[in-house]
Design a protein around this ligand. Structure first.
Ligand SMILES: Cc1cc2nc3c(=O)[nH]c(=O)nc-3n(C[C@H](O)[C@H](O)[C@H](O)COP(=O)(O)O)c2cc1C
Length: 447
């Protein structure tokens, strides 16, 4: 997509993003591993001309130690979901244009498997695949992969850099014209058009070649969301798109300039990357309607579940604290494994929030950002972020699936179009076409 149009991505978790969401009367019944809902959600987002669907993922069921939250579930715990690339392969057959982006971990997977899965998805979807590269945020996932504890951050990121280079090398195993499949001559493939990777590094030894032809996009689009210094460097070196989670415009602008400023170090141009701001959007016909939906969802979360959720976000138990007393002073260095815990403590301290007020504050946006209001107000905020160097587009979680997404498409998308900020039609058949990103040349077979 040309840079003057914003990118819109939809969270494809059919259980939504708010802890109370699945219980809302408008939410789909039986959202666990429900293929009909997933297809419907994809088709709604495609009718709205969204660039892509995004499936976050992890490989462990979470919150087993928090009984109330475990029973009620929170969207990112995913106790009953599909394996994401399997699901996106099915959605590829039910859609024609929308990009299909799934998460896979570089810490507990193998580069060959990941290269193969996403090349396959790219072929199956006609060039609409994307890989969200993560090093795994949930420490307990380690327990499902023969580790007794999470791999340390430095090792995770060192492995991730080598992993990404191997995956890209495998995607370049074949020249684009390596498979003539000519019945008359008996030439299925041209042996001179294969490149053996023969990678031998600190973490991986991979001979290659990949057992798939070069895919329609050359390389499926790579996403990442690391916000640490090493995470940002990894993105600047390897990612085509980055998910950012800053809570206000000034911080988003700083992060945007920081990440894009790192691209030249890796020989890349600033327009080789799209940065998408993650946000939950509550939109109504009126401000009052958006406020009412917001409150309905808050009321669906009983205090015990809310406190467990706060404990999850801070990475320590808050269960024994009085609900209506101020939040205790906690050491910022010892909350959670990401910057989210620190941000929550800062807000609680600055605004003098109680325990109850703190969990209520984080429920709607999972510790991330939130926009709320009528269509014009939402479009104003999105326009400001987009035109002042805050982001190139948005990764949108809509409260209550599917009605929240339908409402965004009915109310906000036309307003964005009126302002010339969002597409009328898809630009081309591949996700790269729609994002305005070039198809990578194959360094082993220059044309
Ligand atoms: C929008 C968004 C989506 C993310 N999705 C996942 C995910 O699906 N799986 C995962 O393990 N981590 C996910 N993360 C976490 C990041 O991969 C990363 O661990 C986190 O942003 C902290 O960055 P750091 O590891 O560089 O400190 C996501 C982060 C953001 C902002």
């Amino acid at each position: 997509m040309p840079m003057n149009k914003m990118v819109l991505a939809a969270n494809a978790n059919a259980a939504g993003s708010h802890v109370g969401e699945w219980r809302h009367p408008d939410a789909w019944d039986h959202p666990a591993a429900n293929i009909r809902n997933a297809v419907r959600l994809a088709q709604i987002a495609e009718a709205g001309k969204f660039d892509l669907l995004f499936l976050a993922d992890g490989n462990g069921v979470r919150q087993l130690d928090k009984p109330d939250l475990f029973r009620a579930t929170s969207p990112s715990d995913r106790p009953g979901v599909f394996e994401p690339v399997t699901l996106l392969s099915a959605l590829a057959m039910a859609t024609r244009h929308i990009g299909l982006v799934a998460t896979a971990t570089t810490t507990y997977d193998e580069p060959f498997h990941v290269a193969r899965r996403f090349a396959s998805l790219d072929h199956i979807s006609g060039g609409r695949a994307g890989w969200n590269l993560v090093t795994t945020s949930n420490p307990e996932d380690a327990l499902n992969f023969s580790h007794s504890e999470h791999v340390a951050r430095d090792t995770r990121y060192a492995r991730a850099g080598e992993f990404a280079a191997v995956v890209k090398g495998l995607w370049d195993s074949w020249a684009d014209d390596a498979f003539p499949q000519d019945k008359a001559s008996g030439t299925f493939l041209r042996p001179e058009k294969v490149h053996m990777l023969d990678h031998a590094g600190e973490h991986f030894r991979v001979r290659g070649p990949l057992n798939a032809p070069r895919s329609p996009q050359g390389h499926p689009v790579i996403f990442s969301a690391g916000q640490s210094e090493t995470g940002k460097d990894l993105s600047a070196q390897h990612a085509d798109c980055v998910f950012a989670i800053e809570g206000n415009l000034a911080n988003a602008q700083r992060l945007y300039a920081d990440i894009k400023g790192r691209l030249p170090k890796f020989g890349r141009a600033a327009d080789a990357m799209r940065i998408l701001a993650g946000v939950t959007i509550f939109v109504g016909e009126t401000e009052a309607e958006a406020d009412a939906l917001f409150q309905e969802l808050e009321d669906l979360v009983p205090p015990a579940v809310g406190v467990d959720y706060l404990s999850k976000m801070l990475g320590r138990s808050m269960r024994d604290l009085p609900l209506d007393e101020p939040m205790p002073e906690l050491d910022e260095e010892h909350v959670g494994h990401t910057g989210i815990g620190k941000a929550i403590l800062r807000v609680a301290r600055e605004e003098g929030l109680t325990v109850r007020q703190t969990y209520q504050r984080i429920l709607p946006q999972m510790g991330g950002n939130m926009f709320k209001g009528d269509a014009r107000r939402i479009a104003d905020i999105m326009e400001e972020w987009f035109t002042t160097g805050g982001c190139d587009g948005f990764m949108i979680a809509a409260p209550v699936v599917p009605t929240g997404l339908e409402r965004f498409i009915r109310l906000v998308v036309p307003e964005l179009r009126r302002r010339g900020l969002f597409r009328e039609e898809y630009e081309g058949p591949t996700l790269r076409d729609n994002l305005g990103l070039a198809r990578p040349a194959n360094p082993f077979f220059p044309s």
